[in-house]
Every structure is written in structure tokens, then in C-alpha cells.
Design a protein around this ligand. Sequence first.
Ligand code: FMN
Length: 262
Amino acid sequence: MTTASTDLIHNDTIDTLLNRRSIRAFKPEPIDERTVATLETVAQHAASSQFLNDWSAIRITDPALKQKMAEYGHQPYIATAPLLYVFVLDEHPNAAIAKAKGIDTDSDEFTLKTSYRFAQAQNDAVLALHAMETAAFSLGLGCVILGSLLNDVDGLIDSLNLPEYTYPVLGLAIGKPDQEPALKPRMPRSMQFFENAYPSDDEATLEPLAEFDEAVHEYYDLRHADRPVDAFSDQIAKNATADMAGHAMAKPVAAQGFRLDR
Ligand SMILES: Cc1cc2nc3c(=O)[nH]c(=O)nc-3n(C[C@H](O)[C@H](O)[C@H](O)COP(=O)(O)O)c2cc1C
């Protein structure tokens, strides 16, 4: 059911995207300055909603801080990433600009702290991160996106000294790959692309699930080489009841000055 890549149009960009996979082991070689400048400039060229430019990224170069990131993420390899970023949704400079223009940022007049702006800034940060990830892959580097840094969001905010109207979104670890994981299977397209409206027949939409479950179960995950990967349905069932108490966002988001009730 998955479209064979031979059915598709190919060029360098498309092939980079079709071959992307998460890399979680890096050679201990530094990334040169020109590459860093290229990746950061590419990220800046991503689209930004209403041109708010409401994201930033912190490059973590201090080994002790990298180690801390690995502890937050419960993933030791994070400390070994030659290039490590934390992308941040960031209305802080825009708030300063607004203030300089005479806007009272503590008042309800100031709306860059509202829920829609928070989501917009998060989208923009993710788009920038993804542009950087794609560029890195196209240069033969490997990457992994790191949601795990948010396991300890208070610690992360504190460690990075994140000010008012900022919030960490995701990490991105980059380096020369020191592993060659298989491509992870993707869902049949019909389960994710619909026409004109959301399908009303769940049973029909989920019809190819058994086949996908099997493909995922056969996937060989280098992280758990001793056992087969759970079928997709089993992964979802586990995730559907995972304890998310430590990930509740209302309090830390409010502490950063955002008003998600507005
Ligand atoms: C938002 C987001 C957060 C992620 N966080 C982590 C993470 O903390 N640790 C990790 O090892 N992989 C992380 N990943 C990678 C996913 O596990 C991976 O993309 C997915 O299993 C598909 O595998 P692939 O990237 O090899 O195709 C994350 C991916 C995304 C999109």
C-alpha cells in the first residue's frame, strides 16, 4: 500500500527528504564554522507567520550544559552531539519592540502573549528546525529531533536562562552519522491524506492498519536491537495511556508570561 519510491519524481531535494531518518550516534568530529553558518542561515529562510520572526535557537557548546541536556532527555548520546540546538518560541524581542513603541505589555492590549501567538511561534520554530534538519541531511550529516529535552521543562528554562515570552520547543542534535539505521516504514498514504473532507468511515480509513502494523513490527530499531519493535497499534495503545503529568504545560507556560486562556 505504501507508494514505492520508484513511482515518485526524484531529484536531490526529494531524495534527501525520502531518505531522512533519525540518527542517534555521531562521530566525534566537530562541525566546521561554514557548515554551521549555512545551517543557521537556512533555518532563518524558513517561512514565518505574519513575518513575526518569533523564534530563536540556542546552540549548546558547553560540554557541561550538553551533559545536562542528555540528563533532561534521558538519552546519553545527546551529550556527544557535535552540534546541538534548542529551538525556542520567542516573542521576547517583539515584546521589547512593542514596549519601545509605547505598548503596555502587562496589559490585555498586548496580544503577543495569547494562545494563538504561542501556537504561531511554535509553528515557526518547528519550520525553522525542519529546514535546518533537511539542510544538514543534504550535506551528509545526521540529525535527531529532541522532544525529550522537555522532560524537565523547568530545568531546561532555567539552564538556558529563557526570559519572559519564550518557551522551549524542541532540540536538534546534528553530527556526522556513526550508524546506518534502516528507513522506518511510513503509513499507507490513504491513512493520512484525505480529499475535501475528513472521512466519516473510520473503519475504511483504518483498513490498511494491519499491514502497517506488520511492517512496523518488522522494522529493526538500533536502539532496541535485542527485540522486535511493537506493532504501530501497540505503540499507540501504550502512548494513549502514558503518564503525562510531568508534561503538563499550563503552569510553566504561564510562568513564562503567556496567557493561553486568551
Ligand atoms: C517532535 C519530535 C520529537 C522527537 N523527540 C525525540 C526524542 O526526544 N528522542 C529521540 O530519540 N527521537 C525523537 N524523535 C524522533 C522520532 O522518534 C522519529 O522521527 C520517529 O520515530 C520516526 O523515525 P525516523 O525519524 O527515523 O523516520 C522526535 C521526533 C519529533 C518529530
